[in-house]
Design a protein around this ligand. Structure first.
Ligand SMILES: *[C@@H]1O[C@H](CO)[C@@H](O)[C@H](O)[C@H]1NC(C)=O
Ligand SMILES: *[C@@H]1O[C@H](CO)[C@@H](O)[C@H](O)[C@H]1NC(C)=O
Ligand SMILES: *[C@@H]1O[C@H](CO)[C@@H](O)[C@H](O)[C@H]1NC(C)=O
Ligand SMILES: *[C@@H]1O[C@H](CO)[C@@H](O)[C@H](O)[C@H]1NC(C)=O
Ligand SMILES: *[C@@H]1O[C@H](CO)[C@@H](O)[C@H](O)[C@H]1NC(C)=O
Ligand SMILES: *[C@@H]1O[C@H](CO)[C@@H](O)[C@H](O)[C@H]1NC(C)=O
Ligand SMILES: *[C@@H]1O[C@H](CO)[C@@H](O)[C@H](O)[C@H]1NC(C)=O
Ligand SMILES: *[C@@H]1O[C@H](CO)[C@@H](O)[C@H](O)[C@H]1NC(C)=O
Ligand SMILES: *[C@@H]1O[C@H](CO)[C@@H](O)[C@H](O)[C@H]1NC(C)=O
Ligand SMILES: *[C@@H]1O[C@H](CO)[C@@H](O)[C@H](O)[C@H]1NC(C)=O
Ligand SMILES: *[C@@H]1O[C@H](CO)[C@@H](O)[C@H](O)[C@H]1NC(C)=O
Ligand SMILES: *[C@@H]1O[C@H](CO)[C@@H](O)[C@H](O)[C@H]1NC(C)=O
Length: 355
């Protein structure tokens, strides 16, 4: 449908009489016909004509929708007034293109109670401040391509109906906070200063779905010791690491230790598991896939039996079990571990026999 509208617009520019007819037909179409990918987005051709006195206009072919273009803060206010947008307040979809605002204060939008699609793109905005009102029903917020550097902590938390958030092509280093429950699809591609550590925190806060994963990267900035310098980590790997940490056994921590990249396949992480000092009486079972290091120091473990019986122990190359009650290393005999281990530490146990 949106491409049909583009054809209308094209015809409008070339054949004004046809255009009036087209507008009459299209006027009856409901708003959702102007919404693609759950968001409202208009091309630059939908802007008010350069000679128009008002910098905003309501779209005749798209119910309750409006476009404003090339505005600073004052011109935006004037535009919303001259196009009757602030007065009737019934606008549901608004696209502001090329706004130059040092600060975008979302509290200024409280009047527009019916706004469901809010799109402010391709402009210059330094930061977003204020807090959306609690009754705001915005479901798609597109703030793409504005060079935004930061959001105030609570700016977006009241958007309970939010389902799509496009923050692509800004200059964010952190993911702003938004509602904790529900399904939000986020696009944060093209933010060259996004820090992976902040992305991990965001993944911990909420269940996130991403759009444009293949174009999304973050700065690892020495987060992981296998990177010496500042490196861009693809989002798919950040999600992989998050899953490893999240699915870790209770009371243990799991950290990716090494990365194996096989072209054409998902990257594989070698995992180090740390269950030290947890009052364990036996070895933890069912370790994550590809566990290569296990630290169970400072527990009360008596037996190494799982080395010969639990298949998740077969890749372990480093095993640290100082300060336990281990009495025998017999279970290690004939195990995978014994044939390829790199480190083994069993200080301060109750060993009677050695190999
Ligand atoms: C953006 O708006 C400013 C006026 O605020 C104008 O000078 C500039 O040409 C516009 N940029 C584009 C790409 O339209
Ligand atoms: C704005 O609303 C007033 C009164 O409802 C109307 O007279 C005027 O034509 C409208 N202007 C536009 C641009 O729609
Ligand atoms: C958001 O705006 C950007 C920039 O104009 C555009 O490329 C993108 O397609 C929009 N996103 C959605 C989901 O409509
Ligand atoms: C924003 O939240 C972060 C993390 O919770 C906190 O460290 C920071 O102090 C907060 N900033 C403000 C201005 O409240
Ligand atoms: C917004 O969310 C509330 C509660 O989840 C729901 O009842 C309401 O229908 C939603 N409004 C819109 C316009 O989607
Ligand atoms: C992005 O933000 C950083 C500060 O966080 C600043 O140094 C840099 O100039 C900004 N880049 C652009 C393209 O605005
Ligand atoms: C959330 O939305 C995404 C995109 O629409 C979809 O792929 C995913 O299955 C949804 N998840 C849930 C739990 O609803
Ligand atoms: C990290 O730096 C050290 C010494 O500078 C070098 O030997 C090593 O190969 C580097 N590792 C990676 C992954 O680049
Ligand atoms: C985890 O540790 C806590 C406190 O040390 C303990 O109460 C709990 O039983 C442990 N859970 C498991 C599964 O070991
Ligand atoms: C292992 O876990 C213990 C207890 O939670 C913690 O004190 C220690 O710093 C961790 N060691 C490593 C190398 O992460
Ligand atoms: C194993 O855990 C203990 C206790 O947290 C810690 O002191 C030790 O450094 C760890 N060993 C390794 C090799 O990480
Ligand atoms: C577990 O071992 C610690 C020393 O590592 C000891 O203090 C504690 O009494 C032991 N607990 C039990 C129940 O044996």
């Amino acid at each position: 449908m949106s491409s049909a509208i583009n054809i209308f617009l094209l015809l409008c520019l070339t054949l004004p009489s046809w255009c009036r007819l087209a507008e009459d037909i299209a006027y009856s179409s409901v708003n959702t016909n102007c919404v693609s990918e759950r968001c409202f987005h208009q091309p630059a051709e939908a802007c008010p004509k350069p000679e128009s006195e008002c910098r905003c206009r309501q779209l005749p072919y798209c119910k309750s929708a409006a476009v404003c273009c090339n505005v600073n803060a004052r011109q935006l206010n004037e535009g919303l007034t001259c196009a009757n947008i602030s007065a009737n307040g019934h606008v549901e979809a608004l696209h502001i293109r090329n706004a130059s605002l040092d600060i975008l204060n979302v509290e200024d939008w409280r009047k527009l109670k019916y706004l469901r699609y809010m799109t402010i793109t391709d402009g210059h905005i330094n930061s977003v401040v204020g807090e959306f009102a609690k009754h705001t029903i915005v479901s798609c917020l597109n703030l793409s391509s504005n060079g935004i550097v930061n959001f105030e902590n609570r700016s977006l938390v009241n958007l309970y109906n939010l389902s799509f958030l496009d923050l692509s092509h800004n200059n964010l280093s952190d993911v702003p906070r938004f509602k904790k429950e529900g399904n939000v699809t986020l696009d944060i591609s093209g933010n060259k200063n996004m820090l992976c550590t902040n992305l991990f925190d965001a993944l911990k806060r909420t269940e996130l779905h991403f759009s444009n994963i293949q174009n999304t990267f973050c700065l690892a900035a020495r987060t992981f010791h296998w990177f010496n310098t500042t490196e861009f980590l693809p989002l798919s790997q950040v999600i992989g690491i998050h899953e490893i940490r999240k699915d870790c056994r209770k009371n243990c921590s799991c950290e990716p230790e090494r990365l194996y990249i096989v072209p054409g396949q998902l990257p594989i992480y070698a995992v180090a598991v740390n269950c030290s000092g947890q009052n364990l009486f036996s070895l933890p079972s069912s370790l994550p896939p590809n566990t290569i290091a296990l630290n169970v120091s400072n527990n009360n473990i008596t037996s190494l039996d799982l080395f010969s019986t639990d298949p998740t122990y077969q890749n372990i190359r480093e095993f640290y079990a100082d300060n336990n009650e281990i009495t025998s290393v017999l279970p290690l005999e004939g195990s995978q571990f014994l044939s390829h281990f790199v480190a083994l530490s069993l200080r301060n146990n109750r060993l009677k026999s050695v190999f």
